[in-house]
Design a protein around this ligand. Structure first.
Ligand SMILES: Cc1cc2nc3c(=O)[nH]c(=O)nc-3n(C[C@H](O)[C@H](O)[C@H](O)COP(=O)(O)OP(=O)(O)OC[C@H]3O[C@@H](n4cnc5c(N)ncnc54)[C@H](O)[C@@H]3O)c2cc1C
Length: 413
């Protein structure tokens, strides 16, 4: 077992940090203040090979699965909102990859990014007003009418909602079957019947656009159903016969992306930690009483240790995901839970350490603190992650007990 990053990974880490420092940081405050989409930074990310095809190729050819989480952490170190504006289309692309036929993946995945000089965005629309954690309660419907699907409903809090070139929508085709009656659809920009609703005014990740997406008699061709009709009919048939379902498309998509979300949260924690280290070095009371100095050192040690522990969980889950090792103990969820909790705890703890200056909006910690909160909310809230982990751990423990008693029985036979 070797925990060190190899030369390629180290070089990529330094490259991403340089992009974050030289391109993202200088405009972060402005986009945070204006709550504006950082198109010029997304364009530069493309030029640096950090957006679209080159980045997808890098991820696809990475045997360790670590390049994606290095990228997530380092870009979020620059600014979480801008990083999400650059990388947020990945959720739609992952939704297409998880549910689409090879032809659909070929046709739609790159439409979430654009090619050459063209910048495009993707959105993945699941959440509704009464259905966030509880995805089986979705109300948006998709009804077949001749050779068209007709979508009706309202999605809320959608990243890139209304400005995306491709929106992947999860809707009910058979509401009586709960999440087993859901399917995913691709809706291209400017499709009549799809519109942007309220744009959210957020406390954090403000450079990332979040809005409602409204579907009213929104008609799309029948082959915009991801996976195709035959697959859907087989799935509905199995559900009606009470056969084992497996996980829903939406849940499978979120599972793939969880370590990346944990890594993103860590970028904020790491940025807050590094800023505090530098700030305390420069403070006039840096050589204060010994006990005070030790209190500061102990707090910084706790923050550094928590960040490192979370990073190991993130790297392990990313590696497991890439190498097809089943996360039966909830390792993907653990990595996201720990990353989000550490980001929120670390930014709060560091503000306490810095003292009253940290209350000023001039202090960078206030932005890190605002940006951190969402990582305990989206892609599965911290409470829901705990439920998932607890259930998976229990199941794994029961299977271990069963295997041990079978071994014992075989040995004594
Ligand atoms: C900035 C932002 C961007 C987003 N981007 C997207 C996107 O691109 N696409 C998308 O589909 N969605 C997106 N979301 C939605 C996000 O995923 C949901 O907000 C999240 O899933 C939580 O759902 P909810 O808000 O409905 O809260 P609810 O599920 O209503 O939960 C409310 C509270 O109750 C708690 N809770 C719920 N169930 C339980 C339980 N069983 N036990 C204990 N506690 C529980 C939750 O933890 C939470 O604290 C985004 C949200 C935000 C804020």
């Amino acid at each position: 077992m070797d925990f060190r990053l190899n030369d390629d990974q180290l070089e990529f880490q330094r490259y991403c940090r340089r992009f974050a420092r030289e391109v993202i940081r200088p405009v972060a405050a402005e986009h945070d203040r204006e709550q504006s989409v950082p198109w010029e930074v997304i364009r530069q990310a493309r030029e640096w090979g950090l957006h679209g095809a080159p980045q997808l190729e890098r991820l696809g050819s990475d045997p360790e699965g670590i390049m994606g989480v290095i990228y997530g952490e380092e870009l979020h170190w620059g600014c979480a909102g801008i990083a999400l504006a650059i990388a947020g289309s990945g959720l739609a692309a992952a939704g297409i990859a998880a549910s689409g036929t090879p032809e659909q993946v070929g046709r739609w995945a790159m439409e979430c990014y654009g090619e050459g000089d063209e910048i495009k965005l993707g959105a993945y629309a699941v959440t509704e007003a009464q259905a966030g954690s509880d995805v089986k309660s979705l109300r948006t419907t998709a009804k077949l009418d001749g050779d068209e699907w007709v979508l009706d409903g309202t999605k809320v809090f959608i990243t890139n909602g209304g400005i995306a070139d491709v929106t992947v929508v999860v809707a009910n085709v058979a509401p009586e079957l709960g999440h087993r009656g859901q399917a995913s659809f691709v809706v291209p920009k400017d499709t009549p019947g799809m519109s942007q609703g309220k744009k959210e005014d957020k406390i954090g990740i403000r450079a990332s656009h979040t809005a409602e997406v409204v579907f009213e008699d929104c008609r799309i061709p029948v082959d915009y159903l991801l996976g195709g009709m035959d697959k859907l009919e087989r799935k509905l048939e199995r559900a009606r016969n009470g056969q084992h379902a497996g996980s829903s498309n939406a849940l499978a998509t979120f599972e793939i992306t969880r370590p990346l979300v944990g890594a993103s949260a860590l970028g904020i924690a790491q940025a807050a930690y590094e800023w505090t280290l530098e700030h305390l070095e420069q403070r006039s009371d840096a050589d204060g009483p010994l006990l005070e100095q030790q209190r500061i050192q102990q707090t910084l040690a706790d923050v550094a240790t928590e960040i490192e522990a979370a990073r190991l969980l993130v790297w392990r889950a990313a590696w497991m995901g890439r190498n097809g090792v089943p996360m039966t103990g909830g390792q993907g969820s653990m990595s996201k839970l720990k990353g989000g909790d550490v980001a929120m705890w670390a930014t709060t703890t560091l503000m306490d350490l810095v003292g009253e200056e940290a209350q000023s909006t001039d202090c960078p910690l206030e932005k890190f603190f605002r940006d951190a909160k969402i990582y305990q909310l989206f892609e599965g809230t911290a409470q829901v992650q705990r439920l998932v982990i607890s259930r998976m751990q229990r199941r794994e423990y029961q299977e271990r007990l069963k295997a041990a008693s079978e071994q014992l029985a075989a040995a004594s036979a």
